[in-house]
Design a protein around this ligand. Structure first.
Ligand code: UDX
Length: 444
């Protein structure tokens, strides 16, 4: 039989998952409580920037296999497998994750489930959440023990969401303890992911807490790797060494590897920062806080890079931003995304402005989101216009169009040829040859 799928929550994760599963041949119903968003999706209009996703969305809609709704009744009636893809942001003023969307989805859906089905959690949640949600299901779903929960964390990166969904590194399935339920869940997941499994993707079955922990520990490891190299960058700055050469040399040791060893302004986005904080908060609740105290350091190293960037720019301007013009290239938390959640680039831009600098920002995709997040900053409509009359230019998100910039062309626009490369993305020799005073994080 071919399962009918629902996807609850249509953010980066849910929209990509829904469109890709429809592309694989499943009938899929996407659900969100945000009516205008659902209307845009149903019209084939992606509400965020994600390379390669819009054609997949449109193919799904045209095939008739992909539809969208705001109705939980319709979803409950339609689905054999329900994927939970709602967000788990950081709570305001604390480290812990805000589970209100996950809880609302389950408490709304459960009372409507009156036939056998599988609920598959994909959202990133604190360990212990799946067990708690399974109890809510058991207590409130009319289908009783036939409404089964599995936990199947998602590892997709923004900018590569389609690729990561269709070709995952591994599939992790957290299954219930009861044997019959576990068999039902595993069978359904193997069927839903048969294309990936056929291509040899490792399939790892675990209990709920292990599956939940795989996701947060993966993100904790990645954050640690980035902060490790950025800590080395701090030492390099003190010792007049070059962290880009250091990183290159380390990367040839295949026990270390070069991925996520890129020194610069550090990590941001909707996942790594809030996930390591939620992980620390949860470990504290479990009495295991000592195990994760190093993540506090990882977070602090990361934040220090932003402060160092502001200090370096101020230093280049002779000690003050007052009355000085600063051109900022980049607002998204990383290239190929329009996401500005916890963006290092916007954070730096805002703090320079708070210190009296006249800041103009340009980003190829993130301008609408940046304007909402930081309305008091000025925005230009190109790299050249952001750099116009600048006393210093800061490269804060390494979009290809900034990497490929012609130093002499940018030189025409600025008041002074000072550039700080916050992502170690430019060739210092090329910029210096064109008369620029080139500075970067972690390099002499
Ligand atoms: C991350 C995880 O990679 C993904 O597996 C998880 O599902 C969600 O969180 P994402 O937030 O899309 O994905 O971004 P990612 O590509 O991991 O980059 C995170 C941040 O680290 C970015 O701000 C990026 O600029 C920064 N980064 C990355 C570095 O500073 N140096 C590096 O070497 C790599």
């Amino acid at each position: 039989m071919s399962y009918r799928l629902t996807v609850i929550g249509t953010g980066y994760l849910g929209t990509t998952h829904a469109a890709c599963m429809a592309d694989l041949g499943f009938e899929v119903l996407g659900l969100d409580v945000d009516g205008p968003r659902i209307a845009r999706l149903a019209a084939g209009d992606l509400p965020f920037y994600e390379p390669g996703l819009e054609p997949v969305l449109r193919r799904g809609l045209e095939s008739g296999r992909l539809r969208f709704t705001t109705s939980y009744e319709e979803a409950a009636e339609f689905g054999d497998v329900h994927f939970l893809c709602v967000g788990t942001p950081q709570k305001a003023g604390e480290y812990a994750a805000d589970l209100r969307y996950v809880d609302a989805a389950v408490t709304t859906l459960a009372p409507l489930l009156d036939r056998p089905c599988l609920i598959v959690g994909k959202s990133t949640v604190p360990v212990g959440t799946a067990a708690r949600l399974a109890e809510i299901l058991a207590d409130t779903a009319p289908a009783g023990g036939d409404a089964v929960l599995a936990w199947n964390p998602e590892f997709l990166r923004e900018g590569f969401a389609v690729q990561d969904t269709l070709h995952p590194d591994r599939i992790v399935a957290g299954l219930p303890a009861e044997q019959g339920a576990a068999e039902h869940a595993e069978k359904a997941l193997r069927e839903v992911y048969r294309t990936m499994l056929g291509a040899g993707t490792p399939f790892i079955t675990t209990d709920y807490p292990t599956a939940e922990l795989v996701k947060v520990s993966a993100n904790a490891f990645l954050a640690t790797k980035i902060s490790f190299i950025n800590a080395m960058a701090e030492v390099c700055e003190a010792a007049h060494a070059d962290v880009t050469k250091l990183s290159e040399a380390l990367s040839h040791d295949d026990r270390i590897g070069g991925k996520f060893l890129g020194p610069g302004l550090g990590f941001g986005g909707g996942c790594l920062p809030k996930d390591i904080r939620a992980f620390m908060a949860r470990a504290g609740e479990l009495g295991a806080d000592q195990a994760l105290t190093f993540l506090r350091e990882v977070d602090e190293i990361n934040i220090r890079r932003r402060i160092r960037m502001v200090d370096l720019a101020r230093e280049l301007l002779g000690g003050s931003f007052a009355g000085r013009t600063v051109g900022v290239l980049g607002a998204a938390f990383k290239p190929n995304s329009d996401d500005v959640r916890d963006s290092p680039a916007l954070d730096v831009a805002a703090s320079i402005r708070a210190q009296g600098g006249r800041v103009t920002v340009y980003d190829p995709q993130a301008m609408p989101n940046a304007r909402v997040a930081q309305p008091s900053l000025a925005y230009g409509d190109s790299a050249l216009s952001a750099a116009r009359d600048a006393h210093v230019v800061l490269l804060l998100t390494e979009w290809a169009e900034f990497r490929d910039m012609e130093p002499s062309a940018l030189a025409e626009a600025v008041a002074e040829r000072n550039i700080v490369d916050g992502r170690n993305a430019l060739d210092p020799e090329r910029w210096r040859a064109a008369g620029w005073n080139y500075r970067a994080l972690g390099r002499p």
